[in-house]
Design a protein around this ligand. Structure first.
Ligand SMILES: Nc1ncnc2c1ncn2[C@@H]1O[C@H](COP(=O)(O)OP(=O)(O)OP(=O)(O)O)[C@@H](O)[C@H]1O
Ligand SMILES: [Mg+2]
Length: 384
């Protein structure tokens, strides 16, 4: 009689912490150290870069957990319009109210008189003594001073740093710079796609960003991919043959998101059996490709025009990466203006990225393969 095992442990969803986060120990240790070492430590400001699905968000989450375990107040935000306003008016006042022993007498201001403390654990009446809204800079500084007195600090994590919204968060960068200069306990980690972060650096007026520690998330080594597939399966009470593990790990090509997709599909082939054998791998991989296409590639292309797609299809057919714009121009039989226009559009859409003068590359792992498979299907159906 088939027994049921625990639920599928894998997490083929963006932003969801995997059952085993592999290959990030050094980054987590560096940030942990920086919190205890003091304001001069380079890892007090970190820029995390990586293509889609390489694990930026889940690493940010792990770093936030580490900071929180060390008693730091954590501010976790995604860059979006109005962020500075939210920080200034809500997040910082709430944290100050929750953490300042003298909160009711402090310079807190809030739209409402009641501020809910962290986790709803404490609710505190805050008198509106200073109705003028403190600036973000002052707000962050006073929170950092409260935390300094308590022997900890303020950890700020910023996800999805996109260039067109950078102007929006400039006040935050300045506020952090101000605190760094005051020697206050503030740490900062921002995550984004490689191209957006490098443009952020070249445009940046705040010098600490240029000196920031860089964590570039790329592909994971095979041994770690194997561990990330194997351990969760064993922990959940099943086993996997060495052969199945080899083939599944090969198919992942080191891409963190695919670990979860392949693991998930391997588990699902025959969830009633204790052992996952090599015969499950073929079925799982076919499904994994479909799942990855549905979750990554189809959404990435969904809003593009036909001309965008033609540009990408041409690009995918040119062997090797980076791809020369001149080759795309030739293949499309298009004008230079046309190619430049679509280059700019697709960079803005984060589908491709600049890779040096006259060169571009895909910003999404396996997108090129996906586009070629579409071409083949289309060609196949025309033939048939
Ligand atoms: N080191 C890792 N070990 C195992 N699984 C991982 C690892 N890093 C990420 N994953 C898994 O990969 C998937 C994508 O991770 P995440 O959402 O953090 O990517 P991202 O870089 O933030 O993507 P995006 O650019 O789309 O925001 C998640 O399912 C996550 O659990
Ligand atoms: Mg993310």
């Amino acid at each position: 009689m088939p027994r049921t095992y625990e639920e599928n442990p894998f997490t083929p969803t963006f932003g969801i912490t995997p059952p085993l986060l592999v290959g990030r120990d050094a980054e987590i240790a560096a940030v942990r150290r920086s919190l205890t070492r003091g304001p001069g430590d380079p890892a007090r400001a970190v820029l995390l870069t990586g293509a889609r699905g390489t694990g930026k968000t889940v690493l940010l989450n792990a770093l936030e957990d580490a900071a929180s375990q060390q008693g730091w107040a954590v501010i976790s935000e995604t860059v979006q319009p109005g962020l500075v306003e939210v920080l200034t008016r809500t997040t910082l006042p709430m944290l100050r109210a929750a953490l300042d022993p003298r909160a009711t007498d402090s310079t807190l201001t809030s739209a409402s008189a009641t501020v809910f403390g962290i986790g709803g654990a404490l609710t505190r009446q805050v008198s509106e003594r200073h109705p003028a809204e403190p600036s973000l800079r002052d707000g962050l500084e006073s929170l950092a001073r409260i935390q300094a007195d308590r022997g900890s600090g303020v950890f700020i994590s910023l996800d999805e740093v996109h260039r067109h919204e950078i102007a929006q968060i400039t006040p935050l960068f300045h506020a952090i710079q101000h605190c760094f200069r005051q020697g206050l306990p503030v740490a900062f980690v921002a995550a984004g796609l490689p191209s957006t972060v490098s443009r952020l650096l070249s445009d940046s007026v705040v010098t600490y960003l240029r000196r920031a520690e860089r964590f570039a998330l790329g592909t994971l080594p095979d041994a770690l991919v194997r561990a990330a597939l194997r351990e969760p399966i064993l922990r959940a009470g099943r086993s996997i043959s060495p052969d199945a593990l080899d083939r599944a790990a090969d198919a992942v090509h080191g891409y963190p998101f695919l670990i979860q997709v392949v693991g998930f599909e391997l588990w699902e082939v025959d969830p009633g059996t204790a052992h996952i054998g090599a015969d499950a791998v073929d079925v799982a991989l076919v499904r994994a490709v479909k799942t990855a296409n549905r979750l990554v590639h189809e959404p990435a292309l969904a809003d593009l025009s036909d001309a965008d797609r033609r540009f990408l299809a041409a690009m995918a057919r040119i062997p090797g990466e980076p791809v020369r714009l001149a080759d795309i121009l030739e293949r499309l039989g298009a004008t230079r203006d046309h190619v430049n226009k679509y280059r700019a559009r697709l960079i803005a859409a984060e589908i491709i990225e600049p890779a040096g003068r006259g060169l571009i590359r895909f910003a999404i792992p396996f997108l090129s393969e996906y586009l070629r498979s579409l071409g083949t299907e289309a060609a196949g159906s025309e033939d048939g």
